[in-house]
Design a protein around this ligand. Structure first.
Ligand SMILES: *Cc1c(COP(=O)(O)O)cnc(C)c1O
Length: 353
């Protein structure tokens, strides 16, 4: 606490990211991709003329958005890009959810949403997951007096994904407010709702280059939605920072989007390794929730999550442990390379022996 802080800042509870260690560890704690970005990214960086840095970037990020639009089969006016999808989400909170009525969320979902709710003075109405650890879509749709709906699909940190059909059923019921589907993990085996954007003007889909495109260090995220929603986001952006996406990031993002072959190879590797890891952990007595993301949520009937977390840490393996009532006993484990996951399984077996 400082006497210089505003009352609002005193009241904040900031998001706590997974740590970025300095020593060499097997890092399975922040859902980064174990594979490098597309080869075209290196070429573009090598050929980049630093003279571009003298000028401000294009405030509308037109070239990047055109490539994004072509990649996802939408109009460029239906796309928005920002400095990481966390920033896009922050703009969405301001643009769509800041008005009196509570925002409907699952009780377990991406832990940045409560942070933004707190920052922007939005009340959250939390709906428990069902017995299968799935988002209760019926509960989200059954409310009145709501400012909107937000959740991640696949959800974090459970990894469960709803089908496109289930998302459309929700959209048929919720028509008077924004439904934001955060698709940070969609490329690891789930169905994207982007194809519904043309038919549901209140649907906003967000995504990131951090995970499936191996560019977490670049900070690039996007939203796809109807033109009126995108214009709402632009109004917030242009009232905060007209140039959130720098010219280097735009160029790199375009290269990453263009290389479908590399993208598919990396995500298929992650999916194969995920299923292999799940099997091995189950053979070692763990319960692993089915996941369509690049992480798994696992627990052991006899060992507490905190104990496993500490044991792995001692062995130089970082995973994520959430100290909340519901998730206390679990570990959230990012899918790394096969070698990294072998080390993880062996370490867990040693700890449980
Ligand atoms: C990682 C993550 C993000 C943030 O991605 P950035 O683009 O790196 O800011 C957003 N939503 C969910 C659910 C995530 O897991």
């Amino acid at each position: 606490m400082s006497q210089y802080w505003s009352p609002a800042v005193r009241e904040l509870t900031p998001y706590v990211p997974g740590e970025q260690p300095r020593e060499r560890v097997i890092k399975l704690n922040t859902n980064e991709n174990p594979y490098p970005p597309a080869p075209g990214v290196s070429t573009a960086l090598r050929d980049y003329s630093t003279d571009h840095l003298r000028l401000y970037p294009d405030p509308t990020s037109r070239a990047l958005r055109e490539t994004l639009a072509a990649t996802y089969g939408v109009n460029v006016e239906e796309t928005f890009v920002g400095n990481g999808s966390d920033e896009v989400l922050a703009f969405a909170f301001q643009a769509f959810f800041c008005h009196g009525a509570p925002l409907d969320v699952p009780s377990i979902t991406y832990s940045f949403y409560p942070v933004y709710a707190n920052l922007y003075g939005v009340t959250l109405r939390k709906h428990p997951l069902n017995a299968k650890w799935e988002v209760d879509m019926d509960a989200l749709a059954s409310v009145t007096e709501s400012s909107g709906v937000i959740f991640a699909n696949p959800n974090a940190p459970t990894g469960h994904a709803h089908s496109l059909e289930a998302i459309e059923t929700l959209l048929k019921r919720v028509t008077d407010r924004v439904v934001l589907i955060d698709e940070a993990y969609v490329d690891f085996g789930a169905e994207s709702a982007v194809e519904l954007v043309g038919r549901y003007p209140n649907l906003l889909v967000t995504g990131t280059f951090s995970k499936s495109r191996s560019l977490a260090g670049l900070r690039l995220g996007y939203a796809i939605g109807s033109q009126e929603l995108i214009e709402g986001l632009q109004r917030v952006k242009d009232s905060f920072n007209s140039y959130p996406v720098d010219s280097l990031a735009s160029l790199v993002g375009i290269e990453a989007l263009k290389d479908k072959q590399h993208f598919d190879a990396c995500r298929n590797n992650v999916i194969t390794t995920r299923e292999r890891t799940r099997q091995r952990l189950e053979q070692s007595g763990f319960e692993v929730l089915p996941s369509k993301a690049n992480f798994i949520l696992a627990q052991h009937p006899k060992f507490a999550g905190a104990q496993l977390f500490a044991g792995l840490r001692e062995r130089g393996i970082l995973v994520r442990h959430f100290n909340t009532d519901m998730l206390n006993n679990f570990l959230r484990i990012t899918i790394g390379t096969d070698d990294e996951m072998d080390s993880l399984v062996e370490a867990l077996e040693a700890i449980c022996r």
